[in-house]
Design a protein. Structure first.
Lengths: 483, 484
């Protein structure tokens, strides 16, 4: 039987690249997958620094689990609840789960605000939450403003299946990448001119990838902006409890309780336990909306991505334990602060700076602009490939976050132990020192034109790395030819 | 200021969630007055929920004997960190292997499944939506034989923009889907400029409780092959088959006939076969590599919790347990089905002859005052308010003929089944008595009045009864809360 070929067998969504995985950004991941670092088995492998995971406090969790067997429906103590939990598929979620999450959200904000459990809606991780919010607030073709640099997954989460657009609001290093009113207005006006209807603004606070928090004035300005334009404000606060040093985190929930006049129907928070608790595998995404219609609609939609009742049960138990939660939050901050400090001090020793206003998140925003051969995206990618293939660190280039200035890199530090971090630092130091040496040797030979060219091309020649079948462009073994 | 209506999306403000149908009054009645054998013996018995609660003891025993299956026990906690961290959309390899093996065992080992084709979805709800996003554009259509699971309207169309084209079936041939009906529906749609992308069918059927015969399955495969459209088979009730006739999966059929496998996809779940709806284990199994690739990326929106993947990987890898579970679950469902249908037969209530599922498809058209859907709704309200059973009226399944009701029997214990049967018997017998007492010429007038006054009185009583909330959710929840 001859089968018709049909290019349109699948949907446009399926055959397009809205999933976002075709970007060169993923080469770093492939390099890691093919050659993953292990302290003993593969000490020369690629160290994963592209994953914003929080692995610093699992010991506390494990200890809690041992002391609280009833939190699980699989222990002898908890098994009597197995049946009731296993059949529970109510999209309101277990009441104790909602109560516990509301309480945890408050504690993560220093108890400066309270959250209403009835406004808590579940989703398939923060990934599912963002998509769900987009489905609730915008029609296909409509747009959200998003300050750059932003989490690459937004392109997929907010746009892929929804048909919603993202309009970048450009932020610059000259003012620490702050979101300015002017930038917001410019982006909004540009959209209007292009006949694109802006439905909202999405901010991530604390920021990924910057690791900074929004100050009170900026938040108020943002609230007044959205109110004026009558557009939504979606605040992704999934890093709220990773703020490890002053100033304190200010949640949008605090701003709207204060002086600012605000239509609460415009305000929504996306939350998750993936970063604050380190549980990305558990897919605990939360939408918290001040708009009743959104809560009602999102709740119905949450059927597409409810949290496993087994997990709801565990989380409910864990996060209801006030003493544990307080201790965890405090330790989490402390360990993040220590790790951040060690890492940035190590970097500073070889003259590498990170965004100085960062005080949150699981990563640094590293400034490598002066290492670029050319101040362009191509220059950034070229440097990035050197870092992956020669320094053997998977870091994330700023262009993947749509940063408008080349040379910035997000480097994660909380998904590894101290030893691995030391190894990473030592590799970075070696690389920087070598590159300084190379620069000095080159200067000594007194050429300007042709050798520099051949030096560059030698470095940037395309070779096939023994580790990956994908042609990777860089080798950093300077073989200088004397003039 | 622009009003709230335009503030939200069209999807948020339309009725695509499907919850505004009168169908949900039954749920409200249950929530307000739920049956409890001792605390509220006159309450509404929930027979509108297709849940499999008959074999939890087997699962509980297994869990007790296998503490390392949990990442929270002393035996398993060393795996907590790696598992909690694991968000790879490929899923835990051992989970995929276990699911593939389980699916094979459910089909009696007659086919094997490739773990690399197993893609996660947020329950069958998420899986059904996911496959639509992969196969159809906004405005495209899928044929769906009636009667069908009400929430398909939400799952397949709400956020996807895909349309459903019902393909009607009749009781005269036991609601089987026919080639003629499919062809007619397809041609009509194409003629109207609607692009039909595929056919989706549940096998075993919800709400019929029947399985597709081999010839019918082959006809379906030929039908879609000829037109180069997709076939999605929702096999989530595969292991609920309780009589000796075997379930035939589309996976078996495509081994027997020429077929473009790129068109074949299975939706699966553990909600019915294992009785674990809370765990949100939805699966898309596609024979089309591109769909697997794309589906996998999309699964990020509804991955199965790694904690749950871990548990089920171990449970479903235990072949002996699975074998025993499937056999015992089948046996208990068969027994319950038998008990229930025999009880109904005693009062001359017949059901469609079924051999799977967690419910019967009950024929009450002889009890209708008028053979219309209004008549069906009226009878249904009587059943809810007076007989105090939440059953599901056929119109909510888009059944073309009034008078059919889906009645679930596997979400309760034997005593509750008896209580339900007793009430049904009482209702039917009273109806007969009342009917016999009245002289014919007054009957119509009496019936009209009685219907109204009978209903009104009982309804008032229902409203006045004590406000008892379900122990599970203090918030009166909408019925699509608990799907199916």
């Amino acid at each position: 039987m001859v089968f018709k070929l049909n290019n349109q067998l699948l949907s446009k969504i399926a055959t397009g690249n809205g999933h976002g995985e075709d970007s060169p950004y993923f080469d770093g991941w492939k390099a890691y997958d093919e050659d993953p670092y292990h302290p003993t088995k593969n000490p020369k492998g690629v160290i994963q620094m592209g994953l914003a995971e929080n692995q610093l406090c699992f010991d506390l969790i494990q200890e809690w689990l041992k002391n609280n067997p009833k939190a699980s429906i699989c222990t002898p103590e908890g098994a009597e609840e197995f049946r009731d939990i296993a059949i529970f598929q109510d999209y309101h979620g277990l009441p104790e789960f909602r109560n516990a999450v509301a309480k945890f959200m408050a504690k993560g904000r220093g108890n400066r605000v309270t959250f209403d459990p009835d406004r808590i809606v579940m989703s398939g991780g923060a990934t599912g939450a963002h998509e769900m919010v987009a489905f609730c607030l915008a029609d296909p073709g409509e747009a959200f403003l998003v300050p750059t640099p932003y989490y690459p997954g937004f392109d997929r989460d907010l746009r892929w299946r929804t048909g919603v657009q993202l309009i970048p609001v450009e932020c610059e290093s000259s003012n620490q990448f702050k979101v300015t009113r002017k930038a917001l207005e410019d982006a909004y006006d540009t959209a209007q001119l292009d006949n694109i209807r802006v439905k909202g603004l999405l901010i991530t606070n604390p920021s990924n990838p910057l690791g900074t928090i929004l100050d009170r004035e900026t938040l108020k300005s943002i609230v007044s902006f959205v109110n004026e334009k009558n557009i939504h404000l979606v605040c992704d606060e999934i890093y709220a409890a990773t703020v490890f040093s002053q100033p304190d985190f200010v949640s949008i929930s605090e701003i709207i309780e204060e002086e600012v006049e605000c239509n609460l129907d415009l305000i929504h928070i996306v939350y998750s336990l993936s970063k604050d608790m380190g549980f990305p595998g558990f897919r605990v995404g939360i939408i918290y909306s001040y708009n009743d219609a959104v809560v009602s609609c999102a709740r119905k939609m949450s059927s597409f991505g409810l949290v496993s009742s087994q997990t709801q049960h565990l989380i409910a138990s864990m996060l209801s334990d006030d003493e544990f939660v307080e201790k965890f939050i405090m330790q989490n901050k402390k360990r993040l602060a220590t790790r951040y400090s060690s890492f940035t001090n190590g970097l500073a020793q070889v003259g590498i700076k990170c965004l100085k206003t960062s005080n949150a998140g699981l990563f640094v925003w590293m400034d490598l602009r002066r290492l670029l051969k050319e101040q362009t995206v191509e220059g950034e990618i070229a440097l990035w490939r050197v870092i992956i293939n020669n320094v053997k660190l998977n870091v994330s280039p700023g262009s993947s976050f749509r940063c408008t200035e080349p040379g910035w890199f997000r480097v994660c530090f909380a998904n590894m132990d101290d030893q691995t971090m030391e190894v990473a630092l030592s590799r970075i130091k070696t690389f920087i020192l070598k590159s300084k040496e190379a620069k000095m040797s080159v200067k000594k030979l007194c050429w300007q034109g042709s050798l520099k060219l051949s030096f560059s091309s030698r470095i940037y020649d395309e070779i096939i790395s023994p580790h990956s079948p994908i042609p990777i462009r860089l080798s950093f073994e300077p073989e200088l030819e004397p003039v | 200021m622009v009003s709230g209506g335009q503030l939200l999306s069209k999807i948020a403000t339309n009725e695509g969630h499907g919850e505004n149908s009168p169908y949900f009054d039954g749920w409200k009645a249950y929530d307000r007055n739920p049956f409890h054998p001792t605390d509220n013996p006159d309450g509404v018995i929930q027979m509108g929920l297709a849940e499999n609660q008959l074999s939890f003891d087997l699962i509980r025993d297994w869990i007790k004997q296998n503490p390392e299956a949990s990442i929270c026990t002393v035996d398993g906690v060393h795996k907590f960190k790696d598992t909690a961290n694991f968000q790879d959309y490929h899923g835990l390899p051992e989970f995929r292997k276990a699911i593939a093996k389980f699916m094979g065992m459910v089909r009696g080992g007659r086919v094997t499944f490739d773990p690399d084709r197993v893609v996660m979805g947020g329950g069958a709800t998420g899986a059904n939506e996911l496959i639509m996003f992969c196969l159809a554009d906004h405005g495209d259509a899928f044929l769906v034989p009636t009667p069908y699971y009400p929430a398909f309207d939400r799952d397949l169309t709400w956020r996807t923009g895909v349309q459903i084209i019902p393909v009607d079936s009749c009781s005269s041939n036991k609601f089987q889907v026919t080639k003629n009906a499919l062809e007619a529906a397809y041609d009509r749609a194409q003629g109207a400029g609607i692009n039909v992308k595929g056919l989706i069918i549940a096998n075993p059927s919800n709400p019929l409780g029947t399985v597709l015969e081999r010839e019918t399955l082959k006809d379906l495969v030929s039908f879609i092959n000829e037109r180069n459209i997709h076939l999605v088979v929702d096999e989530i009730y595969a292991a609920t088959i309780f009589s000796s006739s075997s379930f035939i999966s589309v996976a078996e059929i495509i081994e027997e006939m020429d077929c473009n496998r790129n068109l074949i996809h299975i939706v699966y779940s553990l909600s019915k076969d294992m009785g674990l709806p809370g765990f949100r284990v939805g699966i898309v199994y596609s024979y089309n590599d591109e769909v697997v690739r794309c589906g996998r990326k999309m699964s990020s929106f509804g991955l199965v919790s790694s904690q749950t993947q871990y548990l089920l990987a171990r449970m479903l890898s235990d072949e002996e347990f699975v074998k025993n579970f499937l056999a015992e679950s089948s046996r208990r469902l068969n027994k319950r089905h038998s008990m229930f249908t025999k009880g109904l037969e005693q009062v001359r209530i017949n059901c469609l002859k079924g051999n799977a599922g967690l419910y019967v498809w009950m024929d009450l058209h002889h009890l209708l005052k008028e053979p219309t859907f209004d008549g069906e709704m009226t009878l249904w309200r009587v059943i809810i308010d007076q007989v105090r059973l939440n059953v599901s009226p056929g119109c909510s399944f888009h059944c073309k003929e009034p008078g059919w009701f889906r009645v679930c029997f596997a979400n309760m214990d034997d005593q509750t089944v008896e209580a339900a049967l007793k009430r049904i018997r009482a209702f039917v017998c009273k109806g007969k008595e009342d009917h016999q007492e009245m002289p014919t010429k007054n009957k119509q007038r009496w019936q009209r009045n009685l219907r109204l006054s009978f209903s009104a009185r009982r309804f008032e009583e229902g409203v006045k009864s004590p406000h008892v909330m379900s122990p599970h959710s203090p918030i009166p929840h909408s019925p699509l809360v608990r799907a199916k």
